[in-house]
Design a protein around this ligand. Structure first.
Ligand code: HEM
Length: 403
């Protein structure tokens, strides 16, 4: 008998925290996902996560959001504004790819349009690998595309990024450069490997490709979903649009509320490591798959109220749940980049001036500042390549600067 998907919020949360359940969503996508962090279990997962967590030393997210990201964002949005808008999905890929490459440790030495386009093409191919379980295409064909993309990524981007870091690390060991001059990224901590974890060359290629895509793809889809929710909501709620431009805390609430309604993957899946009993009281045998319906659990009316399926940034959530529901996971695989993407959940005494909003709120804010609105001549379309409910094309208009 197969196990029913878990839709109750509290039971879903407990299941995500159950340590005898291992990752089970990426078996189809092993070509990219074999041996990457989100697919590891037990001691191997603990060791890799512990090492990679060294990137997020105290103050990392604050530093990134306040010092590094504004410039990265300005460069990308300026082009979008001067074109008077365009496809939000494409814009999201460009702005967030640079962010995750910085964070992962993939250099873009030429800084040219061709280089960005090349990396974007590779990243879009990796994205097909992570979502193979939901692909509508011939899966073997997609696997071959991912293999080719991995070897091109290794040769064109990873090897040069590694060479630059190896040189800096050896200079640091020889005390020719100080620790602070080393890049603050995942690749550097993996190459230094202070904890001496096991990681072979091919695993490293997949780990870096996974990181770039894990950070970018999820954030892009969340950005497009929240803009769509804001456009619809502010059409029905006169006056709110103006408020969103002046109240970044409210805008961040919109990001969290939209993330709750649109988790980047509608389900999480786990496989039992041993016979066990679920929070639903169902017994599971070794090897059996358990599906956690994130989309359903995030709309559980017992937790989020009778209008749980509706977008309402003023929703009050109680202490046992978070405003974004289970969309950033829980337990051992809880998202490592959550604070980067979604910021810190505001408290009544949070100071708007030094609050961490997260990159999605910052991008949404910049788009609203430029008057972003849907293009009435070009209706948006869902992504037809996947069963995941994501936007594939979302044209918007922006106000061009007065000449
Ligand atoms: C809106 C943006 C994002 C969403 C919705 C999101 C969602 C998630 C979810 C649901 C998981 C858990 C998967 C599972 O339990 O099977 C996860 C894990 C992860 N996320 Fe995110 N994520 C986002 C942004 C980011 C960013 C910006 C980064 C990095 C730059 C990132 C890196 C990771 C990594 C490395 C893991 C695996 C952690 C582990 O297995 O220990 N994510 N994310």
């Amino acid at each position: 008998m197969s196990i029913k998907p878990i839709t109750d919020y509290q039971q879903a949360a407990k299941t995500l925290r159950q340590s005898d359940l291992r990752q089970g969503l990426y078996d189809e996508g092993a070509v990219l996902m074999d041996g990457v962090l989100v697919n590891l279990h037990g001691e191997k997962h603990r060791a890799r996560r512990g090492l990679e967590n060294k990137v997020f030393r105290r103050g990392f997210f604050q530093h990134y959001e306040k010092e590094v990201f504004p410039d990265t964002l300005r460069v990308t949005i300026d082009g979008f504004v001067s074109d008077g808008g365009g496809d939000l999905v494409e814009f999201g890929f460009r702005s967030l790819m640079n962010l995750t490459c910085d964070f992962a440790g993939i250099d873009r030495p030429e800084g040219t349009q061709d280089e960005t386009d090349r990396l974007l093409l590779l990243m879009r191919t990796f994205a097909l690998g992570t979502t193979l379980a939901h692909s509508k295409d011939d899966r073997e064909k997609v696997r071959q595309q991912v293999r080719d993309a991995l070897s091109a990524f290794d040769k064109e981007f990873l090897q040069p990024s590694m060479a630059r870091r190896f040189l800096l690390i050896s200079k640091c060991e020889a005390e020719e450069v100080v620790e602070d001059e080393l890049p603050r990224d995942v690749l550097t901590v993996l190459l230094r490997n202070e904890d001496q974890i096991e990681l072979d060359d091919q695993e490293l290629v997949r780990e870096m490709a996974f990181f770039v895509v894990a950070g970018a793809q999820t954030s892009i889809h969340s950005l497009v979903h929240v803009m769509h929710e804001i456009f619809s909501w502010s059409t029905d709620h006169a006056g709110e649009r103006q408020k969103l431009r002046s109240d970044p805390m409210l805008l961040q609430r919109c990001v969290h509320e939209s993330a709750r309604l649109h988790p980047s993957s509608p389900v999480a899946r786990r496989r039992a490591e041993c016979p066990l009993t679920l929070a639903t009281d169902e017994a599971v045998e070794t090897g059996e798959l358990v599906t956690i319906d994130l989309l359903g659990a995030n709309r559980d009316e017992k937790i989020f109220g009778p209008d749980a399926a509706r977008f309402n940034p003023y929703r009050q959530t109680d202490k046992g749940s978070s405003p974004y529901g289970l969309s950033f996971g829980l337990g051992m695989h809880a998202c490592i980049g959550r604070t980067l993407a979604a910021g810190v959940t505001p408290k009544p005494d949070s100071n708007p001036l030094d609050h961490q909003y997260g990159t999605i709120t910052l991008i949404a804010s910049a788009l609203l500042e430029h008057g972003a609105r849907p293009d009435p001549a070009k209706p948006p379309k869902m992504d037809e390549k996947t069963e995941r409910p994501n936007w594939g094309y979302y044209p918007v208009i922006l106000d061009t600067p007065q000449s």
